[in-house]
Design a protein around this ligand. Structure first.
Ligand SMILES: Nc1ncnc2c1ncn2[C@@H]1O[C@H](COP(=O)(O)OP(=O)(O)OP(=O)(O)O)[C@@H](O)[C@H]1O
Length: 260
């Protein structure tokens, strides 16, 4: 099987935290699929996505992304970084800049360092950025400033910036958390279809199991820092999903106890 990510016996605690955010995680993410990461608040979704994005140090275990091993003590090599794109929950856009400029920022990792420093895109960079805008349905917003946009429009800009990077793996942290159900469906359709057309893998976290099931081919459950299931969407049953969100109450010592 061609894999976008392979994780073996991964554990990680945030600096200063008492408990690990991820514990003995082993996970295979097939390439070319859209997969949703479901789990209650604090389960470890953001931490897992940040780790796959190469932003965390000091973990234990083995992690490989798009065939290259990550080093727990070093950021990924510059030449490999653009292959993984990230859509942040809070968008992380430059508010006072235009939509097109923001989307062109997605090209920076693909430019030679001097060109990136000067912020001087090639004709191809501009062409790729315009295609990403068109694919996200916001070609008409190219010259608008980001601080004049709605939440749904910003989310499209954030996805367009990620697509302009031409990533082979798209990681998205709760990409529809700020949107009403109709808009949320549109954005997930957009994200998963853009990944499919490009032959890329998408892994997105979500608090909305029904939407995730509509748009992801694979559902991964995480709870208390541990993977509880990783199945094709067609094999996921309602009890498994309900179990993931069973209430938990703190035990006197370490860990959490499920409440039936
Ligand atoms: N910077 C940090 N420092 C210390 N602990 C952290 C930090 N970030 C997250 N944690 C802890 O790590 C655990 C996992 O958090 P994480 O944000 O990955 O969960 P999540 O599943 O994304 O939650 P949510 O759905 O609420 O966004 C939680 O116990 C959280 O409190």
């Amino acid at each position: 099987m061609n894999l976008a990510a392979q994780i073996d016996d991964l554990s990680f605690a945030h600096p200063g935290a008492d408990l690990p955010a991820l514990e003995k995680v082993s996970l295979l993410v097939p390439a070319g699929e859209s997969a949703a990461l479901l789990g209650p608040s604090g389960a470890g979704k953001t931490t897992l996505l940040a780790l796959l994005d190469g932003r965390l140090r000091g973990w234990r275990g083995r992690v490989s992304v798009l065939g290259a091993s990550l080093d727990p003590d070093q950021p990924p090599l510059r030449r490999l970084r653009p292959d993984t794109g990230f859509v942040f929950q809070e968008f992380a856009l430059v508010e006072r800049s235009t939509v097109l400029r923001n989307v062109l920022n997605g090209r920076l990792g693909r430019m030679p360092p001097l060109r990136a420093f000067l912020g001087s895109p090639t004709a191809r960079d501009v062409e790729v950025a315009h295609r990403a805008l068109a694919d996200c349905g916001i070609a008409d917003l190219a010259e608008r400033r980001v601080d004049s946009l709605s939440g749904g429009q910003r989310q499209r800009v954030a996805i367009a910036r990620c697509l302009a990077q031409e990533p082979r793996l798209i990681l998205a942290d709760e990409p529809v958390s700020n949107l009403d159900p109709a808009r949320a469906g549109e954005i997930l359709a957009l994200l998963t279809e853009a990944a499919r057309v490009r032959g890329a893998t998408a892994l997105f976290s979500s608090h909305q199991p029904d939407l995730a099931r509509r748009f992801a081919q694979r559902i991964i459950g995480i709870r208390g820092g541990r993977i509880t299931f990783n199945v094709p969407t067609s094999e996921l049953n309602d009890d498994t999903t309900a179990d993931l969100y069973r209430e938990v109450e703190p035990m006197s010592g370490r860990g959490l106890r499920a409440v039936s």
